[in-house]
Design a protein. Structure first.
Ligand code: BEZ
Length: 218
């Protein structure tokens, strides 16, 4: 199995989810997708994370992003867990969660942690780690993150990366560290300053010949 890298096509698969069966490439359709995994149902960090993602639903919709979770348990368990997530976080979780009790999709996406001996189930089988994949409408993987089981993720950061990727796909720009929507952006290194002054009508500030800023095109 080829290793998953940025730019490779997200592997297709069929799965049962809490919103019905899916074929992953059909699910992606013309959208951006965030696929994110959890070690297991009814675990505390995961319960808070899924609540956070459910609360951000409008932010994902505004960016044409479909969210899909994965946890290595059966559908029946997921259904009961969603009731808990909604209750604890006061949300209405609307996105699908993949049931992957045999860890087949987890293996396909390299989400199983064979090294961390603290992250195993009662039978010693590795849990999935906290993986995140951002996938674009061409089905290319654009971001891969792996967090330890003990650390909940920052989903504002994941939205920030979506903003950066979507903006960079539309304009010849990159985004600086800690950039957020609305901040100045960096002219892509492949664009000369002369060309930048033509294509960025809000002006170009040359900090160094290799670091040119322009106001965000948002
Ligand atoms: C949690 O979600 O709290 C968790 C899951 C697996 C290992 C450690 C923590």
């Amino acid at each position: 199995m080829p290793s998953l890298r940025l730019g490779t096509t997200a592997p297709d698969f069929e799965a049962q989810t809490t919103k019905g069966p899916i074929k992953f490439h059909d699910f992606i359709g013309e959208n951006w997708v965030i696929l994110f995994s959890h070690p297991a149902d009814f675990t505390p960090v995961c319960t808070t994370e899924l609540g956070l993602v459910a609360a951000l639903q409008e932010d994902f919709d505004a960016r044409n992003v479909k969210v899909i979770g994965l946890s290595a348990n059966e559908l029946e368990s997921h259904e009961k867990w969603i009731a808990d997530i909604n209750e604890v976080n006061n949300v209405d979780l609307k996105f699908p969660i993949i049931a992957d009790p045999k860890r087949e999709i987890s293996a396909l996406y390299d989400m199983l942690d064979y090294q961390d001996i603290t992250n195993v189930d009662g039978k010693g089988i590795p849990f999935t780690v906290r993986s995140v994949f951002i996938i674009d409408p061409k089905k290319a993987i654009r971001l891969i993150l792996t967090y330890p089981a003990s650390t909940g993720r920052n989903f504002d950061e994941i939205l920030r990366v979506v903003d950066s990727l979507q903006l960079g796909d539309k304009h010849r720009i990159t985004t600086p560290g800690n950039w957020k929507k609305g901040d100045d952006v960096i002219v892509h290194p492949s664009v000369s300053t002369e060309e930048a002054e033509k294509i960025f009508p809000k002006g170009v500030k040359v900090v160094k010949p290799y670091l040119r800023l322009t106001p965000s095109p948002f």
